[in-house]
Write a protein that binds this ligand. Structure first.
Ligand code: IMP
Length: 179
């Protein structure tokens, strides 16, 4: 199964999870046009539709984001841009003195089966940590607390509970039923 992404961290997670489901995930390292929008499912669907005219065989993409309750869901669909600009230090700064630290990660997979696009969603609830912790993982992992550890302190344990794991599970189940 072809995974189109420029993000190696995402590919590694998907590959490991695929092994558990007997799905061989192959990496097509490539950037693609991601449309702008406020809804992650719509962004993933439209991006996959656009890309399908170029790739022309089955593939999937994944779009994810971090949603912070006290910031009304920011950075949400802008997670990638926000990470590149203010990064984890910026998130910690924005959340300084904030009591409500609730946040969630959302992952949307859009799968082009050769003719149609199907979407699958996964979500994991956690909190924004008070400081950057851990050196495993990628992106916002060092500021996302799941229980008493950040995702960046969990290593492979993260793959058991992550938003990506949950979205991939529904996707791989679907692929098994619709080979
Ligand atoms: P995109 O899906 O490639 O647009 O990524 C959105 C942003 O969220 C990027 O900055 C990613 O690094 C970050 N991100 C996505 N998934 C995760 C995750 O599992 N852990 C930490 N950061 C993530």
């Amino acid at each position: 199964m072809l995974f189109v992404t420029s993000n190696e961290g995402k590919y590694r997670e998907a590959k490991k999870i695929g092994e558990k489901y007997g799905v061989k995930v192959e990496w097509k390292k490539m950037k693609y046009l991601e449309i702008q929008g406020s809804n992650l499912v719509e962004i993933a669907r439209k991006s996959a539709e656009l890309l399908s005219s170029e790739i022309k065989k089955p593939f999937f993409i994944e779009d994810s984001g971090l949603f912070i309750e006290a910031l009304n869901g920011f950075p949400g669909p802008y997670s990638s841009f926000v990470f590149k600009t203010i990064g984890n230090e910026g998130i910690i700064r924005l959340m300084k003195g904030e009591k409500n630290r609730k946040a969630y990660f959302l992952a949307v997979i859009a799968y082009f089966d050769g003719s149609d696009v199907h979407t699958f969603v996964g979500r994991v609830e956690g909190e924004i940590s008070e400081e950057i912790r851990g050196d495993k993982g990628f992106g916002y992992d060092p500021v996302f607390l799941y229980g008493d550890k950040t995702f960046a302190e969990m290593g492979d344990e993260k793959n058991e509970v992550s938003h990506r794991r949950r979205a991939l599970e529904s996707f791989f189940e679907f692929v098994k039923l619709n080979p």
